[in-house]
Design a protein around this ligand. Structure first.
Ligand SMILES: [Fe+2]
Length: 285
């Protein structure tokens, strides 16, 4: 256990994702193995481990292998909370649980930040019998599948994103538990519509159906809005997704720089308790 040569990688049959077998994340891990996990994260965008049992402290340590926690910006809360706790509870039943039980449309986490999150790590403790699946889509593949003319057209454009937990655009339907909603709007940052993955150099179509708001760099705003609608439909095609059916004991780490994620609703009366840390990101280029 926890030897590099025992590592087994089982890619999903979908556009991204791989299960990592042969590790016990609660036990000491050699540096070469951790380095390999980071490379697998960059390659498959979502990596997951089944049947794990780790303490909250160990959860934080593992998350920090992939990058430091998000430091936070003034007036730019994440999930409406400007205190940026190191680990949050995502649950439809716990009193401190965030995100409620409803469907959450595809999005990137913190797309509205000057430095959107590089990723996140989720630990599933209680899972519902049905519902609550999370799906990730591959925005590198989405870019590659664009027609050449469209690639050329969007080359130098920028896009802004809405913080849906702040100000007048707050989506209170996505609340639950102790969900915070900040009263003031977050400042707006425009990022490249086609960004380059800092680790792999691959081009990414940085569009999210839930929070991409406005394309900048096109003179005609009606045309820009139509273009954004087209791109939102493009990134939301079924074949771009991997759907994760959660099991208790799952640990999953995703690359937020090149994926959207969405969550299915959790049926009434079913319990779902997850813990999440986030990995700070760099400024998109
Ligand atoms: Fe999210």
């Amino acid at each position: 256990m926890n030897r590099l040569r025992d590592l087994e990688i089982k890619p999903t049959q979908s556009a991204l994702g791989a299960e990592i077998i042969g590790t016990d994340l609660s036990q000491p891990m050699p540096g070469e193995l951790i380095h390999r996990l980071i490379k697998l994260w960059e390659k498959y965008h979502v990596i997951f481990f089944r049947g794990q049992s780790v303490s909250p402290e160990r959860h934080i340590q593992i998350s920090q292998w992939f990058g430091p926690r998000h430091a936070g910006y003034e007036n730019m809360p994440i999930l409406g909370d400007s205190t940026q706790p190191e680990m949050i509870t995502i649950s439809n039943v716990e009193s401190d649980g965030l995100l409620g039980g409803g469907y959450i449309e595809p999005h990137q986490d913190g797309a509205y930040l000057p430095t959107p999150l590089a990723g996140a790590m989720m630990r599933a403790v209680e899972v519902p019998e049905s519902g609550g699946d999370t799906s990730w889509s591959n925005l590198i593949l989405a870019y590659q599948e664009l027609p050449v003319m469209l690639k050329r057209k969007i080359r130098n454009l920028r896009v802004t994103a809405t913080n849906i937990y702040a100000g007048k655009t707050s989506r209170t339907d996505l609340g639950g538990g102790k969900q915070f909603f900040a009263p003031d709007e977050s400042p707006v940052y425009a990022h490249p519509l086609v960004r380059v993955h800092p680790a792999t150099g691959k081009k990414i179509l940085w569009v999210s159906p839930l929070n991409s708001e406005r394309i900048e760099g096109v003179r005609n705003q009606i045309e820009a809005n139509a273009l954004l609608d087209t791109l939102k439909r493009h990134v939301d095609q079924d074949h771009l997704y991997y759907r994760h059916r959660w099991e208790a004991g799952d640990i999953l780490i995703w690359d937020n720089r090149c994926c959207n994620h969405k969550r299915d609703a959790i049926p009434e009366g079913q319990r779902r308790v997850f813990y999440r840390t986030v990995i700070g990101g760099s400024r998109p280029f």
